[in-house]
Design a protein around this ligand. Structure first.
Ligand SMILES: C[S@@+](CC[C@H](N)C(=O)[O-])C[C@H]1O[C@@H](n2cnc3c(N)ncnc32)[C@H](O)[C@@H]1O
Length: 194
């Protein structure tokens, strides 16, 4: 596997500095998984002349993957409620003028910058509302989904998972669940068609 892009390395260092876990631990927020970052990078790479948004910056790990791959004509805005994390992310992107780290509530801040070509909904924004912020053809991504095959037999998510139900039930989206290489995590991705 290729070396980490320099921005991703910087975000990883920032996560260690502010004590944000690189993997899910307990119930607190953590950075997205590297394979989620790589998946986001694939989509970001197709956003020529586009605008990418992220709800919930953390320290900028997911944004770093997207910013490392996006075309030079693309911009990215990411919104974080926690002041200390937003400040850490600003330092990560200090030399990257195409990335705007906003301290505030993602619902309000993203709404005033729409429409987006790609949105990573990872903090504070409900998928149902955030779809309105995509242009037609734009893509929505959510992570922290567990493939049904590895859920415990008694998990209520086997029959009822609000995220899956939203992605596959909303007529505005053509959606898929993509299982990551660890086979223990997946992402939901939807393209806005209506
Ligand atoms: C899972 S972490 C984000 C990880 C990050 N997207 C990444 O890829 O590394 C979720 C973040 O959302 C932030 N958050 C929660 N509610 C928010 C809101 N209403 N507006 C903006 N950020 C919010 C939390 O403070 C936390 O840092």
């Amino acid at each position: 596997m290729a070396d980490l892009p320099p921005l991703v390395q910087r975000a990883q260092d920032a996560a260690l500095e502010v004590g944000m876990p690189l993997r899910r631990e307990g119930t607190g927020p953590s950075c997205c998984l590297p394979d989620v970052g790589r998946f986001l990078a694939v989509l970001a790479a197709g956003c020529a002349d586009g605008l990418i948004g992220e709800a919930g910056t953390g320290v900028g790990y997911g944004s770093a993957w997207m910013a490392s791959a996006m075309p030079t004509s693309c911009r990215l805005v990411t919104v974080e409620l926690d002041e200390r994390r937003a400040a850490a992310a600003r330092r990560v992107f200090a030399d990257e003028p195409r990335v705007d780290v906003v301290h505030g509530d993602s619902s309000a801040e993203l709404a005033r910058r729409a429409p987006f070509d790609l949105l990573f909904a990872d903090g504070g924004s409900r998928p149902a509302t955030i779809v309105d912020l995509l242009r037609i053809g734009g893509r929505l991504v959510c992570d922290d989904v567990t493939p049904v095959d590895v859920l415990p037999a008694d998990s209520p998510y086997r029959d009822h998972d609000p995220k899956r139900e939203f992605f596959f039930g909303d007529p505005r989206l053509v959606a898929a669940e993509v299982v990551l290489p660890d086979l223990r995590n997946s992402v939901l991705v939807g393209t806005r068609v209506g």
